[in-house]
Design a protein around this ligand. Structure first.
Ligand SMILES: [Zn+2]
Length: 606
C-alpha cells in the first residue's frame, strides 16, 4: 500500500480559523448574548448555571425558543433542553405533526469533552439573532446542551490530560456513580440515560448528533465525524448520510476548519499500519440510534487543538449540518419513514424468513477477519519519531506539531455482519424478571402481557461454560464468553409473560437486549447472571443411592465409564457429583435457561 507520500510543513494554522467570536455572520452580538467561553477568551466554559442563564436570555429574546427540563440526574440536577420551533411546536405531539425533521443535537455526554455545549450555545444564538432563516423555517431543533449535568459540575484542570483547554478546567467523564453515559444507551442503568431515551421516545427526532472531543494521536483535522454505515444502518439512512455528510464536511473545511472522518489507528505504536472506524456497539450512541432507524452523527473535535479552535470548528460543523438538512428536509423525513417501514415489514407475521444481525465487524484486533477489505484514507498525520517509553518499556510515537506527514493509509470502516440468527416473530419474556421488562419499556418497545397460560413451541437459549470478567465495568461483572445452545421446545408460557412482537420499528433494540449472543445484551452485561446459579443440591447418601440405581441402566453405565476416562473429570469430586445430579429428576432444568424465548411463528390469537 502506498504510504508516506510526502512530508510538508503546514502553514500557520491560526490564519486558517474562522471569524472572531463576538460576531455571528457579521452581526454584532449584544454583550448579554456573549458566552462565558467568548468573554473569557476561551479560557473557560460556562457552568451549568451560566448555561441556563444564557438559554433563558435567548428564550426571552425569541418567541421560537422554549427551555424545558427532561429529567433529573442522579445527584438531583435538572437536565435542560431547548426546543427551537418557528411554529412554536413545543410539545412532541405538535412537533411530530409538522412533517418537518426534528434534529436532536447533544453536548456533554462526556462532560470534560465540552466543546459541543459551547458550540451549541453559539448555534442557538445564531438562530435567535436571525441567522440560518431556512433552518428556522424548515427544521424543529431539539438541543440538549449538557447531557451529563452532574459530571459537568465536577470541574478540574486535570480532568483531561491530553486536551488543550479550556485552561480553567472542564467537567468529568462519567456521572456521579461512575457510569459512562456513552456505554449506557442499551442497558439504561443510569437515570440520565433513561431520561434521554424517554425524551427521544417522545419526540422521535429524525437525526441525532453526539458531540465529543477525541483522544489519541496527532493530526491536522480539527473536526472528525462518523456515523453507522450499511448494513448496520438501514439502506435509506445510509443513503441519506452519504448524500448529506460530505457536503457538511466540505462546508466546514471552507469555513477554515480541516475536517475528516473520525478514525482510530490500528496501532498507536505503528501509526502507519492503518486506521479503523469500527461499527459501534449499541452501548454507544452511534450504534444505538442506528437500531432506532436514525442517522446519529458522532462528532469528535481534536483534543490537541486549542479550545477556541475546537469550539469554533464544532460550531461551523453544526451550522453546516442544519443548513444541509434544511436544504432538503423531506429527504431526512422520508429516509427515516422508509427505514421504520422496512423494519416493521421484516417482522410482519407473514413476512418471508430473514436473518437479524447480532454482531458486526471489523474490530480493532483483527480488522481483516471475515473478509474485511480496507478502503484508503488520506490522513494529515503529523510526523512522528519513535522511541522506547521509559514508562512502559514499549515503543512510543511522539508527534511533531506542524510537520505534516501526509499519509495514505488502509482504512477499515465498512461494516459486515459477523453473526446473525433467524429473525423471530417475537420474543416471550417470562414473568419475574423486572429488570428485563423495565429496560424494554424504557426503550418504548411495544410489549403485551399474555392474558392466560399458553403452551407454545419456542426456541430456547441454554447457556453453559460461562466466563466472567475479572473486574467490574460500568458497575457490573460482564459475561465475557458463554456457550449458547438453541433448541426447539414446547414450553408453558405463564400468564403475565411479555410478548415482544417483531413488527415494530424498534424491534432490533429488543434483539440486542435479549439475544444471549448479542455483544451488549442484558446477559452479556451480567444483568441476568442469576440464571447460572444452582440453588438446590442433592448430595451424600441420597445421590449415592440414585447413582447405584442409575448404573443398572447399561446406557448410563457406559456413559459414566466414558466420562471417567477424562482424568481431570475423574479427579474432580464436584464435577462427578454434578454429572450424577444431572441424571436425576432433582436437577433444576432452568439452570442456564435464558428467561426469554424466541417465537419462530406468530403468537396464536385466541
Ligand atoms: Zn467522548
Amino acid at each position: 500500500m502506498p504510504i508516506l507520500l510526502r512530508t510538508l510543513v503546514l502553514p500557520c494554522l491560526a490564519l486558517a480559523f474562522g471569524p472572531s467570536p463576538g460576531f455571528a455572520g457579521g452581526l454584532d452580538v449584544p454583550p448579554e448574548l456573549r458566552t462565558r467561553a467568548e468573554v473569557s477568551g476561551f479560557r473557560a466554559t460556562s457552568t451549568g448555571a451560566e448555561t441556563l442563564d444564557f438559554l433563558r436570555r435567548l428564550e426571552a429574546r425569541s418567541p421560537y425558543f422554549r427551555l424545558g427540563v427532561f429529567g433529573t440526574s442522579e445527584q438531583g440536577r435538572p437536565m435542560p433542553f431547548v426546543v427551537v420551533s418557528k411554529d412554536q411546536a413545543f410539545t412532541p405531539e405538535a412537533a411530530r405533526g409538522l412533517r418537518k425533521p426534528i434534529v436532536m443535537l447533544q453536548g456533554g455526554i462526556h462532560a470534560g469533552e465540552i466543546d459541543g455545549k459551547d458550540a451549541l450555545l453559539l448555534l442557538l444564538r445564531d438562530l435567535a439573532l436571525g441567522l440560518h432563516p431556512a433552518v428556522l423555517d424548515r427544521i424543529t431543533l431539539l438541543v440538549v446542551p449538557i447531557y451529563n449535568v452532574d459530571g459537568h459540575e465536577r470541574v478540574s484542570r486535570f480532568n483531561r490530560s491530553n486536551q488543550d483547554g479550556p485552561v480553567e478546567g472542564m467537567g468529568f467523564r462519567t456521572n456521579a456513580r461512575g457510569l459512562d453515559l456513552n456505554r449506557d444507551h442499551l442497558k439504561l442503568d443510569s437515570a440520565e440515560a433513561r431520561a434521554l431515551i424517554e425524551l427521544f421516545n417522545a419526540w422521535r427526532p429524525h437525526l441525532h448528533v453526539d458531540n465529543h472531543v477525541s483522544d489519541g494521536f496527532d493530526h491536522a483535522w480539527v473536526v472528525g465525524y462518523a456515523t453507522a454505515e450499511a448494513p448496520q444502518a438501514a439502506p435509506s439512512i445510509d443513503a441519506w448520510a452519504r448524500a448529506t455528510l460530505p457536503a457538511v464536511a466540505e462546508a466546514t473545511r471552507a469555513a477554515g476548519y480541516p475536517t475528516g472522518p473520525y478514525l482510530e489507528l490500528l496501532s498507536s505504536e505503528e501509526p502507519l499500519k492503518g486506521a479503523i472506524t469500527p461499527p459501534y456497539r449499541p452501548r454507544y450512541s452511534t450504534g444505538y440510534f442506528a437500531l432506532r432507524n436514525r442517522p446519529s452523527v458522532l462528532i469528535e473535535t481534536h483534543s490537541r487543538k486549542p479550545f477556541r479552535t475546537r469550539v469554533l470548528g464544532n460550531h461551523a460543523w453544526l451550522g453546516a449540518l442544519v443548513e444541509q438538512v434544511a436544504s432538503d428536509p423531506d429527504a431526512l423525513v422520508e429516509a427515516v419513514a422508509t427505514a421504520e417501514k422496512r423494519m416493521v415489514a421484516l417482522g410482519a407475521p407473514d413476512a418471508p424468513a430473514s436473518d437479524v444481525p447480532l454482531r458486526y465487524g471489523p474490530d480493532r484486533d483483527d480488522p481483516a477477519a471475515g473478509g474485511g477489505v480496507p478502503d484508503h484514507v488520506r490522513l494529515p498525520l503529523y510526523a512522528f519519531t519513535r522511541s522506547t517509553s521509559l514508562v512502559t518499556g514499549t515503543p512510543l510515537a511522539t508527534y511533531q506539531r506542524g510537520q505534516l506527514l501526509e499519509s495514505d493509509l488502509p482504512w477499515f470502516h465498512t461494516p459486515r455482519v459477523a453473526q446473525s440468527v433467524p429473525r423471530p416473530r417475537g420474543y416471550v419474556v417470562l414473568p419475574g424478571w423486572p429488570q428485563i421488562e423495565r429496560v424494554l419499556r424504557s426503550h418504548g418497545l411495544r410489549v403485551e402481557p399474555l392474558p392466560g397460560d399458553l403452551d407454545l413451541e419456542v426456541e430456547t437459549q441454554r447457556l453453559s461454560e460461562p466466563r466472567f470478567a475479572g473486574r467490574p465495568y460500568q458497575g457490573t461483572t460482564a459475561v465475557t464468553a458463554v456457550r449458547v445452545g438453541r433448541a426447539l421446545e414446547t414450553r408453558r408460557l405463564p400468564a403475565g409473560s411479555l410478548w415482544v412482537p417483531a413488527d415494530q420499528p424498534d424491534f432490533e433494540v429488543a434483539t440486542q437486549l435479549l439475544e444471549a449472543d448479542a455483544p451488549d445484551s442484558l446477559l452479556a452485561w451480567g444483568l441476568v447472571s442469576s440464571v447460572f446459579e444452582r440453588k438446590e443440591w442433592i448430595e451424600g447418601p441420597e445421590l449415592e443411592a440414585l447413582a447405584q440405581e442409575g448404573l443398572k441402566d447399561p446406557k448410563r453405565a457406559a456413559a459414566w465409564e466414558a466420562a471417567l476416562r477424562d482424568p481431570a473429570f475423574a479427579a474432580d469430586p464436584e464435577a462427578r457429583a454434578e454429572w450424577w445430579a444431572r441424571q436425576t429428576p432433582y436437577w433444576d432444568e432452568t439452570i442456564g435457561l435464558v428467561p426469554v424465548y424466541r417465537a419462530l411463528r406468530p403468537l396464536p390469537r385466541p
